[in-house]
Design a protein around this ligand. Structure first.
Ligand code: SF4
Ligand code: SF4
Length: 433
């Protein structure tokens, strides 16, 4: 048995003479005394300890086999899921006018037609159901609830078909929450509504500035009122987009929610992310986003601070776990309002990154999107952060002036921050999801 290559070893400040070993592959943590660490290195370990450390991924029987397993990790995960995941962009219309919206430059009140919705069901979803795959749809916009009938017109027949075939069907809403009343949630639950992802950009004055209605009026009051109506019915994830000038203010949002009776245990996740650059905008960004991380000095401070403030108040935060660019999963697809296919919503501002249409079917995007050739290099395969990086975010690589085939290397970011994130997870175990 040998130490896995997907480990970080940190000195244990609270217990001198011990180290903390974190497996990025398994998300496991072990405290190991210095003599034990020496015994591991010299191969002089007893059987019980060996088995224990192997079970949590700290030791592996064969380093070459571990490397081979890493190469196939993403395809294995996709195959095991047995799930076809569609993001359906019902419209590019919105009742808010957020100045930073990544769709801002190409959102012109477009809506998916009934014909396109029919093709989506017939050509993309039903064949997957026939193959025995469960279906999950993320209804996305614009604001998907501006086309509520269209949403129901897709969800209802898909729910019926999945029920008949005996496979699962769920859907989530990516919504600004201004139209999400209790009645809407009650109507959608029998159709398969599983969760809601909504956005609150910090305390009222910041949120109202960043997410006003098109009339200019602030949306904070409407959203919080709706949140209070629905959060006992459906799993709610709250996201928030912070900037360099306002991230320190975001904990005041959490205090506001607590004072308003919104209890942490009733939420599924609270996650603050830096504002994403706009899709189709080639300027080098100084913001990162939901799938992404960044290594600029202010982000290195903001990320751990906001996660700590979230956890300290008992709100749930995401566990560091295996994570990869969704583009690498062949059972994930974005279907735009006009029936064009993309592999990431952030690519919708780049028509040249479309990977097919409902009319013409899927194109071969293996070369254009660097499937199987991006992170499968010695440098990444030997990197301790591979299981939580897999080459990072293609969109951010593109935004930096490169291409979606380039790496978005996060080594510096993880070198600086992973230890503090791991220690947070130790301190606030019950709030980690
Ligand atoms: S390119 Fe990949 S990692 Fe980046 S936002 Fe899109 S899906 Fe997420
Ligand atoms: S992109 Fe960088 S951090 Fe990510 S796996 Fe490759 S070498 Fe490691």
């Amino acid at each position: 048995m040998q130490l896995s290559r997907y480990l970080r070893v940190y000195s244990c400040k609270e217990n001198p003479g011990n180290s903390l070993i974190y497996s990025t592959r398994r998300g496991s943590l072990a405290r190991i005394s210095d003599p034990l660490l020496e015994a591991i290195h010299s191969g002089d370990l007893d059987t019980v300890t060996t088995e224990k450390l192997a079970r949590i991924g700290i030791l592996v029987p064969d380093p070459d086999a571990e490397l081979e397993e890493a190469r196939g990790l993403l395809s294995d995960v996709a195959a095991r899921k047995g799930l076809f995941n569609i993001t359906a962009v019902l419209n590019l219309d919105c009742n808010l006018a957020c100045p930073y919206c990544f769709e801002g430059d190409f959102r012109r009140k477009q809506k998916m037609t009934d014909r396109t919705a029919g093709l989506l069901i017939e050509r993309q979803i039903l064949p997957q159901v026939e193959r025995g795959r469960s279906i999950h749809i993320d209804f996305y916009g614009g604001e998907p609830l501006l086309t509520l009938q269209l949403l129901k017109g897709i969800a209802a027949p898909v729910a019926d078909a999945c029920r008949e075939r005996g496979v699962g069907f769920t859907f989530d809403l990516f919504t600004n929450c201004t139209l999400l009343t209790r009645k809407v949630v009650e109507d959608l639950l029998p159709l398969g509504l599983r969760g809601v992802r909504m956005t609150l950009d910090g305390p009222r004055e910041i949120h109202d500035r960043q997410r006003p209605f098109t009339s200019g009026r602030g949306s904070f009051g409407t959203i919080v009122a709706n949140l209070k109506e629905i959060y006992d019915l459906v799993a709610v994830q709250i996201t928030g987009n912070f900037g360099q000038d306002n991230w320190r203010e975001f904990p005041r949002l959490l205090d506001h929610l607590l004072a308003d009776g919104i209890r942490p245990e009733m939420l599924d996740l609270v996650q603050f992310s830096p504002i994403m650059p706009k899709s189709g905008d080639d300027a080098v960004p100084h913001h990162m986003g939901h799938c992404a991380t960044g290594s600029e000095p202010w982000l290195l401070e903001a990320g751990p601070f906001l996660r700590e403030e979230t956890l300290r108040r008992g709100f749930p935060a995401r566990k560091i776990s295996m994570s990869a660019c969704v583009v690498d999963f062949d059972n994930d697809l974005i279907v735009n309002w006009d029936g064009s296919f993309y592999k990431c919503p952030m690519f919708m501002g780049y028509p040249e990154l479309s990977v097919g249409t409902l009319e013409d079917g899927m194109a071969d995007y293996g070369v254009t999107h660097a499937i199987g050739s991006r992170w499968q290099t010695d440098e990444c395969l030997e990197c301790p952060y591979l299981p939580i990086c897999f080459g990072g975010c293609r969109f951010l690589a593109l935004q930096r002036g490169g291409s979606i085939r380039d790496l978005d290397c996060r080594r510096d970011y993880f070198d600086t921050l992973l230890e503090s994130f791991v220690l947070q997870e130790q301190r606030y175990k019950s709030a980690i999801r």
